[in-house]
Design a protein around this ligand. Sequence first.
Ligand code: AMP
Ligand code: GLY
Length: 426
Amino acid sequence: MKILVIGSGAREHALVWKIAQSSKVKKIFCAPGNGGISEIAECVDIKAAEIEKLLEFAQANQINLTVVGPELPLALGIVDLFQAQGLKIFGPSKSASALEASKVFAKNIMKKYKVPTADFAVFTNKEAALKYARNAKRPLVIKADGLCAGKGVFVCQNLAEQEKAIQSILEDNEFGNAGNTVMIEECLVGQEASMIFISDGDNVCAMASSQDHKRIFDDDKGPNTGGMGAYSPAPVVSDDLFEKIKTEVIIPTIQGMQQEGMAFCGVLYAGIMITEKGPKVLEFNARFGDPETQAILPRLKTDLVEIILSSLSGTLDAIKLDWDKRACVCIVAASGGYPGDYEKNKKISGLDKISQEKDLFVFHAGTIKQGNDFFTAGGRVLGVTGLGNDIRQAIETAYKGINQIGFENMFYRKDIGKKALAEISV
Ligand code: AMP
Ligand code: GLY
């Protein structure tokens, strides 16, 4: 098969790396890809949002299967576009991907199908939103409705923060049309876990549990980022809890979408808060998580292409996934300045030293390759990923790896996996 992967992050590097291991695959293209991906796939200079150009490319190159990494092309309707031309593509339709693209849509589905989530109210009018916020119990969470690359969520401790958040979303239009509507949510307390399932619209199959590290600094301090590291499995998700999330969150959502006439075929990622009252949904994503995927795929023994094809043919019920029992940890190396304006074009050293190491993988995000050298080209640059017999060993492997890599002003969190260690020591 000829496969096209869409996207340019470390998640896509991990997807390409895993897809390349399939005996079904002859050639992989990635649009637009990155420096690391260019070593195992042919990178095509088309951006993920240029869905018409991607269609032309897939048709001209007889692509047998397209796998979509990021949310934007899904929300723009790439799946509908490809399917209308008879092309195989993995991901939810435009209407189904609203589970991620509109927080209000997702909440209404959860409400209708009794999926546990935080209480919420929706506003388009600033005065009404302010009035509600003033009288509500604090802390409160204020969110822009649409896609904001993880930046449209404010956890507000006091009135001033609430007013600032509402002002920036509804009046200053900081998030463009994504901020025409604001959602005000009850603040949930607990540990977070990322639960990723693949659906064929009817059946689901579970990927391993994982946990992200969203904040920029150690001990979850500082602003939110795209994700500074991940580990899998997440010890906080016991077998019972896993089953509960599947039966109380995932299955009702998939069935609800089917009843709404928007069958969800693709990756359903539930960001879960494990509260005292049980698991509650923080958000849905309509795609693989980043950096969770980098910590999950090295543990997956089953052929990913086979799983995707089963999803597309509606036969996921016949598939059983085989997992490496070991733990996996991914640490993100970021550029100076990230998550604000960040530096670029710094030469990366040390990659050759660890390329042959067993159980250590480097998934590239913002890199470009020039000659034999790699240079930084994004805020998140690399995901250094280690496997170990247990989480402690996986942490050690990953940190040993990242310590051999360097570029000017590179930084990374020093506490990736710490919560997992605390959890297993309880
Ligand atoms: P979201 O993009 O909706 O997942 O929000 C990003 C992050 O904000 C989450 O991973 C949580 O850490 C935090 N968050 C979102 N909603 C809530 C909530 N209702 N209660 C507490 N924290 C939240
Ligand atoms: N790691 C969070 C996300 O992929 O949205």
